[in-house]
Design a protein around this ligand. Sequence first.
Ligand SMILES: Cc1ncc(C[n+]2csc(CCOP(=O)(O)OP(=O)(O)O)c2C)c(N)n1
Ligand SMILES: [Mg+2]
Length: 321
Amino acid sequence: MTSQKITVERLRQLEMMMLIRAYEQQLVELQQGGAPGTCTSVGQEACAVGVMDALDARDRILTNHRSGGHLIARGAEPGRLMAEVLGRVDGYCRGRSGTLHISAKELGVMLTSTIVGGELSMATGVALAQTMGHGEPGGITVAIFGDGAACEGIFHESLNLAVQWKLPLLFICENNQWQAYVHRRETMGENAIAEWARGHGLPVEILDGNDVEAVQAAAVRAVSAIRASGKPRFLELQTYRLRGHFEPDDQAYVDAAELASWSARDPIALQTARLKEAGVLDEAELAALEGRVRRRIEEALAFAQASPWPEPQTLTDDVYA
Ligand SMILES: Cc1ncc(C[n+]2csc(CCOP(=O)(O)OP(=O)(O)O)c2C)c(N)n1
Ligand SMILES: [Mg+2]
């Protein structure tokens, strides 16, 4: 890539992280205004953008309850996402899913699993289907889950089967240090997640999940190795959940010093500083990015609020039994 192309790409990534942040902040405001609650991924935007930027249209994604960033980084329209959260017909699932069950088949996002660890077993099935000739040739599956999901039995079953059956599956653990209201250190040893994955025979990389460039580079390496070998790989992205588990959440149980130290490593601030230092971003360009993001979110909200409610007679559509 030429240096000009790299610059354009880095600015696009920063704008994408800012868009995710602004979208989720808008959801928080909607929640305060009476819309159903949501789990935001504030602080984890570099994980979403870095991973999605390593994939292509053939790939399939299964994610967890904190999926807003994954969907937007994959190309979801904030307006259609907001319409979904507000229960309107123009949402990706015609207003039936809220934030916790959203899928967007046209983007290859097969599932947001609110059953912790559910995305792991389902992703194993999707990757198995790919080995049997379903989906587009060369596609891989990505399972995105948290440190809490790594404590579930299904984590071990899925990793073991992926290795034994040689599945084209990329495991992405977003270790954000929290499992609802329980800190990770209360449920597992310091390097447990990576050790468990290695124990099952997976190649593992542990990364700074707040560094979008590091995440993308590692994800590109892993994806190309999976496409070449057909075998699974594992990335642990170390990051932090800067907001509560769910909205609203006063985070009274969170250690203030720990929160402050991770806030100082906010992935958007880190990348902004890096691009400024490299001379590819100045205040005027930053203001332009912020303005574009603000307008997109305003348009998204207007679109969602103008979208109609589903017709009552459609209530039992898609109910199979
Ligand atoms: C099987 C199951 N157990 C418990 C819950 C309740 N629950 C929802 S999210 C969550 C924490 C999950 O932590 P983690 O996997 O680290 O994801 P994070 O919320 O940190 O993104 C729990 C316990 C659930 N939804 N499903
Ligand atoms: Mg977690």
